[in-house]
Design a binder for this molecule. Structure first.
Ligand SMILES: *[C@@H]1O[C@H](CO)[C@@H](O)[C@H](O)[C@H]1NC(C)=O
Ligand SMILES: *[C@@H]1O[C@H](CO)[C@@H](O)[C@H](O)[C@H]1NC(C)=O
Ligand SMILES: *[C@@H]1O[C@H](CO)[C@@H](O)[C@H](O)[C@H]1NC(C)=O
Ligand SMILES: *[C@@H]1O[C@H](CO)[C@@H](O)[C@H](O)[C@H]1NC(C)=O
Ligand SMILES: *[C@@H]1O[C@H](CO)[C@@H](O)[C@H](O)[C@H]1NC(C)=O
Ligand SMILES: *[C@@H]1O[C@H](CO)[C@@H](O)[C@H](O)[C@H]1NC(C)=O
Ligand SMILES: *[C@@H]1O[C@H](CO)[C@@H](O)[C@H](O)[C@H]1NC(C)=O
Ligand SMILES: *[C@@H]1O[C@H](CO)[C@@H](O)[C@H](O)[C@H]1NC(C)=O
Ligand SMILES: *[C@@H]1O[C@H](CO)[C@@H](O)[C@H](O)[C@H]1NC(C)=O
Ligand SMILES: *[C@@H]1O[C@H](CO)[C@@H](O)[C@H](O)[C@H]1NC(C)=O
Ligand SMILES: *[C@@H]1O[C@H](CO)[C@@H](O)[C@H](O)[C@H]1NC(C)=O
Ligand SMILES: *[C@@H]1O[C@H](CO)[C@@H](O)[C@H](O)[C@H]1NC(C)=O
Length: 704
């Protein structure tokens, strides 16, 4: 009996091996006509909020379609009216990345995917391109539709981003890939010309046709509530599966004067100077944010550095004021970072819960400690031939209060004074009866009335034609340096000028004295170059010399907020640079240069590459920027109070292009495969039973 079982086992094993070999042969038959992988790392992916899903996904095994390059409207009409070989993958130029084109593609039922071919220096986008809505962050802002404020409908009438397409917030039933690799684009065009392009009379070509496979299957579905519930079940029962993860990163901040918990922080003494440090696009791995994020962020860093150079004057001063510089994260997705900071302040655990047994702790801070708020929003397009021209926006609701109105006025006067005396910066008050543009400041104003100003390059609608899009890059702000520290560029001078005016105003607030401060132009240029052109620049490699090499790529920084454990290099480097700018050198060697606890007033940072090893003591630190919605027990996901954005999990995304034979040929292949399977089974059986004869083996005694 055992012998029989063993024989059957052996036979089964043979069959299995053969099956595998055959399937492989069959697979290879089809696959041998594959041309190649093309760039597939910039796919549109899915995100979810409390009520809906946005973005794209492919089927589990990927979507396949016949390539059709779209250069004109006629090419689209051809696909919908004449093309017989559906489904198609449309290869479009950025001009066709509009909701009309994508909706038509979706409704036609003839399109299984879209690739957007972006060629360097071939931008042809009259009217710009913005993936955002007309009123970015409106629902989670101060003037939302349910706020009952007289300004709640303002943006719908006078949109901040009138050319916004809302593409970022739409959901598509097919994958969309962005391709900017020249080789890949040329391949698509070449194979299309050779195999697919219809004749001059529009006559379709016959098989074989060039096809594309796009694979970007997303694990999450429906909305954040469903997705988070699944995630909990999955983590507790099986091994972790990333259905979706909350968007999350770190706010980075530091104060000019140390905040020691043993000294009382006076009420209304802290001036918050803020900028946001994230931007977004529809696609993975690309989010340049040159004007939407980097312009304000670098201005803030430059101002912080310039002000801190005068720390001796500031520390000596009797004026009980302090400045907190903050870079907020995740602001694109419903003010994640700023709403989290406000939430912690209200709970009384910002920045940390007080520890009984620790000395030298940083003091706690809440909303009563805030004096005023200065925000640097988009300032990148405020360059004029003679200098800089920016606008000062204020909140008309809180300024109704005479005291707050007066404080705001004082703040604006101070900024204008230094702008005037600089000679080439003009600060102009925007319409005082208009609400604030999208700004982190709104998260605070939802909870407390404080004076403040948002500085931007636009009075009414955005100047930025490419808000939250792949084209908001160095070209959008006319940055021209090809290398670090090139003095011919005008943009970094604009940013430095604005930073200088801000630093001067802050100096006066901190000391009561007047002083005209200039920001370091080399520093701004290096920072701009590193963020907008080459993340692997000398400055970042010096500051981040202990970080893994693969964090550095010679592309622009990716400004997307991402998820916990996601893309963190931009946050890490910004943290280090910020710490150095707002810190002082101390004589400690590498082993001693370590912070004992995150609660400490001062944090220590070691830079091995700076002057053969430098230890810096700084108040700069980071705190989590994840929406409170994920921390509040039984949060109502539909309420819309806090951001609920999550990002789907996925495995590698991939794109390839290949030549597909006709259906008849494929059927032939499969039938041939089955026939050869049967034949070989017979052969195996025969060989097995005659093995002794065929291979001259004697039948083993037992078993078999
Ligand atoms: C989810 O996003 C959509 C589109 O932006 C928006 O209309 C809706 O209000 C959001 N829902 C929540 C709960 O935030
Ligand atoms: C709308 O804004 C008001 C204050 O302006 C705020 O209290 C409220 O929470 C906001 N509503 C939502 C749903 O975000
Ligand atoms: C484009 O893709 C090819 C092939 O994958 C690769 O060799 C090349 O380095 C890529 N070019 C760029 C600019 O990334
Ligand atoms: C904090 O204040 C206490 C008491 O004044 C002092 O002993 C300590 O050195 C201070 N710590 C720092 C880091 O300044
Ligand atoms: C804010 O902090 C002060 C002192 O640090 C405290 O007296 C006050 O109760 C706090 N306010 C709130 C609203 O937590
Ligand atoms: C505003 O401030 C100025 C001086 O700082 C003061 O003279 C004036 O009375 C204040 N106005 C109000 C309404 O508080
Ligand atoms: C700045 O200059 C403008 C006009 O050039 C003037 O209207 C304004 O009063 C000045 N502001 C200050 C604070 O000097
Ligand atoms: C701010 O002041 C306005 C007008 O005085 C008032 O309507 C509003 O409720 C206040 N907001 C907060 C958060 O206290
Ligand atoms: C929006 O589009 C209009 C019409 O195409 C154009 O004139 C305007 O400059 C665009 N605005 C921006 C900010 O791009
Ligand atoms: C400019 O780039 C070259 C390499 O292309 C590099 O060797 C040089 O040091 C750079 N100059 C500056 C000032 O960074
Ligand atoms: C660092 O300094 C401490 C004393 O301050 C000394 O004991 C230690 O050996 C030094 N470490 C190195 C690596 O030099
Ligand atoms: C760094 O160390 C090298 C060799 O140990 C030395 O030649 C150089 O002068 C040092 N540089 C500084 C800035 O200390």
């Amino acid at each position: 009996m055992a012998a029989v079982v063993s024989c059957v086992n052996r036979l089964l094993a043979h069959i299995f091996v053969l099956l595998v070999v055959l399937m492989d042969v069959n697979g290879n038959r089809v696959k041998h006509k594959i041309y190649e992988d093309i760039q597939g790392d910039m796919a549109c992916f899915k995100r979810f909020n409390g009520t809906q899903e946005i973005g794209c996904t492919s089927k589990f095994s990927g979507n396949i379609g016949v390539v059709h390059v779209v250069e004109s409207k006629e090419d689209l009409v051809w696909v919908y009216q004449r093309g017989p070989h559906q489904p198609y993958v449309l290869a479009i130029t950025p001009r066709f990345l509009t909701s009309e084109v994508l909706k038509e593609a979706q409704n036609s039922g003839k399109v299984s995917g879209v690739v957007v071919m972006v060629e360097e220096n071939k931008l042809d986008l009259p009217g710009g391109f913005s993936g955002e809505t007309h009123c970015p962050n409106h629902e989670l802002g101060l003037y939302n539709d349910s706020s009952q404020s007289e300004y709640s409908g303002y943006c719908w009438k006078e949109p901040w981003n009138p050319n916004g397409t809302s593409l970022l917030y739409m959901s598509w039933s097919f994958p969309i890939f962005l391709i900017d690799n020249e080789t890949s684009i040329n391949n698509i065009r070449d194979y299309y010309k050779t195999f697919n392009e219809p004749g001059t009379d529009g006559e379709p070509r016959s098989w074989p046709l060039c096809c594309m496979e796009l694979k970007s299957n997303m694990f999450g579905t429906t909305n954040t509530e469903v997705c988070m519930r699944r995630r909990t079940i999955a983590t507790s029962v099986f091994q972790p599966v990333n259905f979706c993860d909350p968007l999350s990163d770190y706010n980075i901040w530091g104060s000019v004067k140390p905040m020691n918990s043993s000294e009382v922080t006076p009420e209304k003494s802290v001036i918050i100077v803020a900028a946001r440090m994230d931007a977004a696009t529809m696609f993975d791995n690309i989010s340049p944010g040159a004007n939407s994020a980097i312009s304000g962020m670098v201005t803030l860093l430059a101002a912080a550095g310039a002000l801190y150079n005068l720390k001796d004057d500031i520390m000596k001063s009797e004026v009980e004021k302090n400045v907190l510089f903050v870079l907020y994260q995740g602001e694109t997705w419903g003010y994640i970072g700023s709403s989290r900071m406000v939430w912690n302040m209200e709970k009384g655990d910002f920045p940390f819960k007080h520890q009984e047994d620790e000395t030298d702790q940083i003091s706690q801070m809440n909303l009563t400690h805030i004096d005023s708020f200065i925000e640097l929003a988009q300032v990148g397009q405020g360059m004029t031939p003679v200098g800089s021209h920016l606008f000062l926006h204020t909140d008309p609701i809180s300024n109704v209060d005479p005291e707050i109105g007066n404080e705001t006025d004082t703040l604006l006067n101070l900024l204008e004074k230094y702008a005037n005396s600089s000679g080439n910066v003009k600060f102009e008050r925007a319409n005082g009866d208009a609400p604030l543009p999208p700004a982190s400041f709104q998260s605070f104003l939802k909870r407390v009335n404080i004076s403040g100003v948002v500085i931007t390059d636009h009075r009414d609608e955005f100047k930025n034609s490419y808000y939250e899009s792949i084209f908001d890059d160095y070209r959008n702000v006319k940055y021209t340096s090809e290398n670090e520290s090139q003095e011919t560029d005008m943009y970094h001078k604009h940013i430095s000028r604005v930073a200088g005016v801000l630093a001067s105003a802050l100096y006066t607030r901190l000391t009561g004295n007047s002083k005209v401060i200039k920001a370091d132009e080399k520093l701004t240029d290096d920072l701009l170059y590193c963020y907008m052109k080459n993340f692997s620049c000398q400055m970042f490699r010096d500051y981040g010399d202990r970080l893994p090499r693969d964090l550095f790529s010679d592309k622009p920084a990716k400004m997307y907020v991402s998820v916990k454990g996601g893309e963190g290099s931009r946050t890490t480097l910004t943290h280090l640079v910020f710490a150095k700018l707002l810190g002082e050198k101390v004589e400690l060697n590498e082993t001693k240069c370590k912070t004992e606890s995150l609660n400490q007033v001062h944090q220590l940072y070691y830079f091995a590459s700076l002057n053969n090893g430098t230890c810096v003591m700084s108040t700069v630190r980071k705190t989590e920027a994840m929406s409170p919605a994920f921390l509040i027990k039984d949060y109502n996901w539909q309420s819309g109070e806090y951001s609920t954005w999550t990002e789907s999990g996925w495995q590698l995304t991939k794109a390839m292009i290949f030549l597909k034979p006709s259906v008849a040929e494929e059927v032939g292949l499969v039938c041939g495969g089955i026939a050869s399977l049967l034949l070989s089974l017979a052969l195996v059986y025969f060989m097995n039973s005659r093995a002794d004869l065929l291979f001259g083996l004697t039948t083993p005694p037992a078993p078999c």
